[in-house]
Design a binder for this molecule. Structure first.
Ligand code: PSU
Ligand code: MN
Length: 311
């Protein structure tokens, strides 16, 4: 099915000429991730940040039964209005069933990035181990996808309402390295340093590129998670976030949602209970991650692939 994947012309040219490319998911830019019009604003800021750092953004999604890597303006507009969430396992059925509009999560986007030959991906927060996963078994496929594909994922930690410690442990189990971007603590999304201590800190894109190329040269099959804390001036109050998350989760429980529906419902409730305070924080961290990802993509473009890169 040669038609299953469509790589946009700008991204095709960039990949051919060695210009850095940063893959972007579409779920966060749909109403499943951010309310209108913040979703579009967030995308504009993220893609401008990627371009300002000299890289080409590659927005991913599913349109008319094709996986798109590098949506053009009209395609992006359709994705922003999408409401069908597509994870990695949904890609095959979405294409075969000619799904009209599907927004891709981290797991699906990392899969598409790898298929297209893109090595860096930026998002806000990844999915992970939900609280109470011991009973519900709810663990995002995002973690497994990072273990399976050699892609650098830049995020500000995991979604605010997950179990950060269990997610961190799972990343270790799966063999995904976590590098702290100028930090030695795993960031807690809206808060800079709520999480576990990290064993590796990186200070620039070249340090990430060196670790990524070395892991590949040694045959390690997994990606790397770069954990970039939310910018200082956008950080929210830790206790207020904890309280808002508890309220939002209670609201989701009352609605009786489960599985993949939990994230959008809790995110919507979180926006409501904080009076919209989480929205600018979300945009600021996504923009910062885009800048960091573009710097890493630039460094990777200079560190040639293959064993020769390690000496
Ligand atoms: N984090 C956010 N907002 C989001 C998501 C994560 O702050 O919208 C999305 C991402 O697309 C992520 C997905 O990949 O949620 C994970 O969903 P699940 O837990 O159902 O795997
Ligand atoms: Mn889930």
């Amino acid at each position: 099915m040669a038609d299953a994947l469509h790589i946009g012309p700008e991204v095709t040219d960039a990949l051919a000429s060695g210009t850095p490319v940063v893959a972007l998911e579409s779920t966060i830019f749909s109403e499943l991730g951010l309310p209108e019009p913040a979703n579009r604003q967030c995308f504009r800021r993220v893609q401008a940040a990627v371009r300002a750092a000299g890289a080409v953004p590659a927005l991913c999604g599913v349109l008319d039964g094709r996986a798109i890597v590098g949506a053009n303006f009209a395609e992006a507009e359709r994705l922003f209005g999408g409401s069908v969430k597509v994870g990695a396992r949904d890609l095959g059925p979405a294409v075969a069933g000619r799904l009209a509009v599907g927004v891709t999560t981290v797991s699906a986007t990392v899969t598409l990035a790898a298929a297209a030959g893109i090595e860096v991906f930026a998002t806000g927060g990844i999915g992970g181990v939900h609280r109470g996963a011991g009973l519900s078994g709810d663990v995002s496929n995002d973690l497994e996808a990072m273990a399976r594909h050699r892609v650098v994922v830049v995020s500000s930690g995991v979604k605010a309402f997950l179990d950060v410690s269990l997610t961190f442990e799972r990343l270790e189990t799966l063999g995904v390295a976590v590098l702290g971007w100028r930090t030695d603590r795993f960031p807690a999304f809206y808060v800079r340093d709520g999480g576990p201590e990290l064993s590796s800190t990186v200070n620039d894109g070249h340090e990430v590129a060196a670790a990524f190329r070395a892991a590949a040269a040694l045959g390690h099959p997994s990606g790397i998670l770069v954990a970039n804390p939310i910018p200082v001036d956008a950080e929210l109050d830790r206790d207020a976030v904890a309280e808002a998350v508890a309220d939002a989760e209670a609201a989701a429980r009352r609605e009786g949602v489960s599985g993949g529906d939990i994230t959008p419902v809790v995110l919507t409730a979180l926006t409501e209970v904080t009076g919209g305070e989480v929205v600018p924080a979300n945009i600021a961290l996504a923009e910062s991650n885009a800048t960091v990802a573009a710097e890493i993509a630039d460094a990777l473009a200079r560190h040639s692939a293959g064993p020769g890169a390690v000496s």
